[in-house]
Design a protein around this ligand. Structure first.
Ligand code: FAD
Length: 307
């Protein structure tokens, strides 16, 4: 990838977006961790994606969609496959009656503000989730019992050959922090079916959800949100707290004293520090509670090698 073949070929084919080489993932992910990404592509239009995706395929290369990087742990050794970030040209939010159409690159906070300004209710429990519409739908982001997938009426997606199609909400299964959409399909736009409400009331509810989150989660420290999925019947954070791991550190990675399911970067933590903590938490929780914790955060990039 470092030889620049893909770059040259996409430019030759007329790619109009931006390219960034060697960007540190520590500047891109909310955990502020990770070595350099060989190539980040910022397509401006669907046509740009239709150039990139088939070329990646022709070169036998994988690619990774990058939203706001708020659910990712990037390797200290960097990321070799191209990252594709939908921003300019994919951020439009519109409405038609009580249906809202939002581009995958729009921020969830921006979508929530749009809904409040347009007296549309349904998504306010997602206040405080810092991802994009695309990342939120891919992860089926949720909070206070509301999952984004519950409100998706249809999605515009691109497949691995560059073909575009609409998929109805009921054709997709939205599970706990994931969907049945094939992993290499790109979400271009989401349509949300909402209810008429009162803008002021909606804003009040959003503020209340956010206030409760600020009290219980380290929202102002670098993190990737919840590290583990909640096992049935008991929150992962409670299990981690009960086995006494709140405040535990590996280098500058620390189990948050405020919420044990968050690992925060208190300085210049490395991915290997976070992986060490994850391992330790899993072992202790399994040993003392008999529960195997499953990761919610996604690990990307070159695998770590033993020191
Ligand atoms: C402080 C904090 C609080 C959080 N609170 C919550 C919470 O309450 N509930 C919750 O569910 N999550 C929470 N999260 C986690 C995170 O914000 C969500 O998972 C969010 O949906 C990720 O969106 P993103 O744009 O950052 O995606 P990224 O982290 O960039 O990517 C996540 C996944 O989505 C894929 N993806 C991104 N864009 C697209 C696209 N257009 N098409 C296809 N796939 C795509 C990526 O390839 C990757 O697999 C929190 C995170 C932080 C840092």
């Amino acid at each position: 990838m470092k030889d620049g073949t893909l770059e040259r070929r996409i430019r030759k084919e007329g790619f109009t977006g931006e390219l960034r080489r060697g960007a540190p993932m520590s500047e891109i992910t909310s955990l502020r961790i990770g070595g350099s990404a060989d190539l980040i592509l910022y397509p401006r239009a669907v046509e740009d994606l239709q150039i990139v995706i088939p070329l990646c395929r022709a070169q036998g290369m994988g690619y990774l969609l990058l939203g706001n990087g708020t659910n990712l742990l990037a390797s200290d050794r960097g990321v070799r496959e191209p990252l594709i970030h939908l921003s300019d040209g994919f951020g439009e939010i519109r409405r038609k009656g009580t249906t809202v159409m939002a581009g995958a690159g729009a921020g969830l906070p921006q979508l929530l503000r749009f809904c409040a300004a347009n007296d549309l209710s349904g998504l306010e429990a997602l206040a405080g989730i810092p991802g994009t519409v695309g990342g939120g739908i891919r992860m089926n982001a949720g909070s206070w019992g509301v999952e984004i997938g519950n409100l998706v009426s249809s999605l515009l997606v691109m497949d691995r050959a560059g073909g575009i199609r609409w998929v109805k909400g009921e054709e997709i299964e939205f599970g706990y922090r994931g969907t049945t959409l094939p992993p290499d399909e790109i979400i271009l736009q989401g349509e949300f079916s909402l209810q008429k409400g009162d803008g002021l009331e909606i804003t009040k509810r959003m503020e209340e959800f956010l206030r409760k989150k600020k009290e219980t989660q380290p929202l102002f420290q670098p993190s990737a949100g919840s590290i583990f999925k909640n096992p049935p019947g008991i929150p992962a954070g409670k299990l981690i707290e009960e086995v006494g791991l709140k405040g535990m550190r590996r280098g500058d990675a620390m189990v948050s004293p405020l919420h044990a399911n968050f690992i925060v970067n208190v300085g210049t933590a490395r991915s290997r520090d976070v992986l060490g903590l994850i391992e330790c938490i899993r072992e202790r929780v399994y040993h003392e509670k008999g529960t195997r914790l499953e990761l919610e955060v996604q690990i990307i990039g070159e695998p770590e090698v033993a020191e």
